[in-house]
Structure formats: C-alpha cells, structure tokens
Design a protein around this ligand. Structure first.
Ligand code: UGA
Length: 441
C-alpha cells in the first residue's frame, strides 16, 4: 500500500514558499513604489523643461522663435495608424503618373499656394511645417485649415528632426521634394542669426541627408533667393552673375544652400533645382514683408519708413506676384529629372539647376506706397529715411530668360494688379470674411 503523503513536510514547504512570496511581494512593492516615484519625478522634470522652453513669451524675448511643439510632435509622430493613414492619403497622387511631393514649409506663404496648385492637378502632397512664431502663427494655422479643406495634411515638425523625416520617407516613396521651409527675412538676420543657420543650413543638410539615403531618391526643387546677388552691380541679374558678395547673413545662408546643393548632387546623384525668388507678394502673404505691414500701418494711420540709398536714390524691387512664382515652381518640378543615386550611392551624373523667378520690371518702394494709397484710399504718413545698414540691397531686377527657355516661365502680373488682389484679400481677412478669403485661392 502506498504510504500517505507526508503532509507535515508539504505544509512546511508551503509555509516556506508563502513566506518567500510575501518577502518577494514586499520587495516588489518597495521596488515598484521607488520606480513609480522616479517615473513621476522624471515626468515632472520633463514638464518643467517644456514650460521653461516656452518662457519667457516672444514679446519679452524677440530672439527666441517658438518651436516647442516640434519636441512634442516628435514625441508623438512615431505612433498611430491614423497619423500614418493621413500621411499616406495626403501624398497619394490622383492622376496617372502623378507626383508624390513632400512640401516643406507648407503652411508658409509660397508653400500653401504651391501645395494647392499641385493638389488641384492631381498630385499627392504632404506638407511639413514647424509653425514657428517668426510671424503670427495664427496666419499659418489659417493656411493649414485651408490646406486641410483640400485634403492636404501638414505634419507638424522641423527640418532638423531626422527621425521624423526618415519616418516620412519610410512611409512614402516621394517622387519630389519642394523645399520651401526656411528662415526668411533679410533684416531679421541681425537680430537672430542662429535661426538662419539652423533652418537654412543645418535643416537643409538634414533634409538632403535623408533624401540621398531614400530609395527612390526624390528630385528636389528648393527656394533660394534674389538676395544671393548681394553687391552684384550687373543688371538685370542673370544666373551667371557673381553671387559671392552677399550683403546679409540671410543671403549668405541661401548662397551656402546653393553650394551644399552642388555637393549633394556631385556625391550622391541627387537631382536638385534652386529657384531664386524675387520679393514674392500676394494674398496669404508674409506679415513681415513691407507691402504687408505698410498696408496694415497705412490703414491704422501709423507712419511708415521708406528707405533711400546712402546717396539719396530710391530703393527698388522686382516684386513678383505669387501666382507667377507658383507657375515657376510647378514648371521646375515638371522638368526636374530623376535623381540617379540609390542606397546613398551615385550611379550617374544628375541634374543640377538654378533659375531666377522674378517679374523683370523693378518698382520703387515709393511707387509701391502710392499704389497702396490709391487702393486703400488713405494717405500714408511717409518718413523717407536712409536705408539702415542691415543687409538690404538698393535694387533687384531679374533676367528670367533661362526659366523661360527651360519651362516657359513668363510672369504676367504687374504690381498694381497683384496689390489689388492682395488688398482685397487683406480686407476680407481682417473683416473676418473667412469663407470668401478661402475661396480666393
Ligand atoms: O527677394 C528675395 O529673395 C527676398 O525678398 C524679400 O526681401 P525684401 O526684398 O527685402 O522684401 P521686403 O522686406 O518686403 O522689402 C521690400 C522693400 O521695401 C524696403 N523697405 C522695407 C521696410 C521698410 O520699413 N521700409 C522700406 O522701404 C526694402 O528696403 C525693400 O526695398 C523677402 O523678405 C525675403 O525673404 C526674400 O528672400
């Protein structure tokens, strides 16, 4: 007969095991409370860090451009099927052989107009914008809403977020990048030089690094600037003229961009086209530009400064209307050849181009103001002063024959016509006829 189980031993063992379990549980509890405490502390520190970044507000600290949301966005972009779905949906073309374009700076002035034009003809468009506070971010948000109405999704993030950019290229095989994100403005470079280096140099390099490693490599069209002509005295400005005498840090960073483009084309076979924009204006424009804040100040009865050169000559610009510039951007995209590299290696020489996109007829700032006076029906309080030594050049004038030859670029809007459209939009915007404003584009 089998002997009964030794219950006394089992009981002891069970008691021992239960003792060990209790000890372990107590230890576990102590360890998890410690962990909980540490996690709470870490979360508190992270929150304090974010709040500190946001302080002091812009008005107290003009040198700080808010991009705090970038940190937050990069923390969240990785996840979410919904986010990926939006990215895919937005960038899917709806025409045969349509492009799939990543538009950086999509909530910016030129970015918004180009995104809409591309979407309208059936290309897939995904936007990227950091919504920084260089100028009123609510205008950027209004543009974002307009884009959303046309099924264009704008990812919130910065050019310098390599992980975010890689993720976008992992999800979408972009055929093109229209790179318009930049720190703009000539005179602001004296107040905040680092923001120019961060966006126009470091950000551009980051984008090119991701693009060269992408498979397929996209073709890139990007915004350079008329300011690269700097102290050039040959007139009108042609692409073959000197651009090694920039008059502002802004111009220097754009010129650096042109040289960087050369390098990435040379080493990695990226197809790159730079477009030198000449003082672009129009509806949904940038409030930091003279035509925009002159309009605001004239309507508010505030004085405006009209610059003259040191030798008392009038200052002039080749003001270019936004619709003309959009046609130029689309033309450049349409004629961009494919990049030739893959897996970060060049297979064959690739296209490298640079074009002026101007209006070909410079207008003085005095004339600009008199057009605004008649459109607004208000006399401006004009202060004519010598141009501060802050990077401005006395005049710009584009020769656009190269862009005409290669993709039929032909500006058709004179300053009076373009400003009339701008003023109409401006009045609508500030009298909150939002629907009508959105119908304009
Ligand atoms: O062509 C370009 O590439 C550049 O065009 C503009 O730069 P800018 O031509 O200086 O445009 P505004 O700042 O709008 O100035 C227009 C004209 O008004 C003059 N101005 C500006 C401000 C002011 O208070 N008074 C005044 O007479 C300027 O000297 C300039 O001649 C943009 O701001 C730049 O981002 C762009 O790259």
């Amino acid at each position: 007969m089998a002997s009964p189980p030794d219950t006394s031993k089992t009981t002891k063992l069970e008691r021992y095991n239960s003792y060990i379990r209790r000890v372990n549980n107590t230890k576990l509890l102590a360890a998890s409370s410690k962990l909980l405490f540490r996690v709470t502390l870490l979360v508190a520190l992270v929150l304090i860090f974010f709040f500190t970044l946001n302080y002091p507000p812009l008005s107290d600290n003009p040198h700080h451009i808010h991009t705090t949301q970038n940190f937050l966005s990069s923390a969240f972009y990785g996840g979410g099927n919904n986010w990926e779905k939006k990215v895919r949906h937005s960038s899917t073309p709806h025409r045969p052989n349509g492009f799939s374009v990543l538009v950086t700076g999509a909530a910016g002035f030129v970015g918004t107009h180009c995104s809409l034009a591309l979407k309208k003809r059936g290309d897939g468009v995904l936007g990227l914008d950091n919504f920084n506070s260089y100028y009123d971010p609510s205008l950027k948000r209004a543009r974002q809403n307009l884009l959303a109405k046309h099924q264009i999704f704008v990812v919130e993030g910065d050019l310098n977020e390599a992980e975010l950019l890689s993720k976008l290229f992992d999800i979408v095989p972009f055929s093109h990048v229209l790179h318009l994100a930049a720190q703009a403005g000539v005179r602001y470079a004296m107040q905040n030089p680092q923001s120019y280096v961060s966006s126009n140099v470091a950000g551009f390099v980051n984008l090119l690094e991701i693009a060269k490693a992408a498979d397929p490599q996209p073709s890139i069209v990007w915004a350079s600037s008329s300011s690269v002509y700097g102290l050039n005295t040959q007139n009108p400005f042609s692409e073959s003229h000197r651009t090694d005498q920039p008059a502002s840090l802004y111009a220097a960073t754009k010129k650096a961009g042109e040289e960087i483009a050369h390098t990435y084309n040379h080493i990695y076979g990226l197809s790159i086209t730079g477009l030198r924009f000449f003082t672009v204006y129009g509806p949904w424009g940038r409030p930091d530009m003279a035509y925009f804040f002159f309009t605001k100040d004239i309507l508010q009865g505030k004085p405006i400064n009209i610059y003259q050169t040191q030798d008392d000559k009038e200052v002039a610009r080749d003001f270019t209307y936004i619709d003309d510039v959009v046609k130029g951007c689309v033309g450049a995209l349409d004629t961009a050849q494919k990049s030739t590299g893959s897996g970060g290696k060049k297979r064959a020489p690739a296209q490298l181009r640079i074009y002026n996109l101007g209006n070909t007829s410079p207008v003085t700032v005095g004339k600009l103001v008199s057009i605004l006076e008649s459109l607004l029906n208000v006399k401006a309080k004009k202060h004519v002063i010598k141009m501060p030594r802050n990077g401005d050049v006395p005049y710009t004038h584009a020769n656009v024959s190269l862009a005409f030859k290669d993709f039929g670029y032909k500006p058709t809007t004179d300053l009076a016509t373009g400003l009339r459209k701008f003023v109409k939009w401006y009045r609508f915007l500030y009298t909150t006829h939002k629907e009508e404003v959105e119908g304009q584009v």
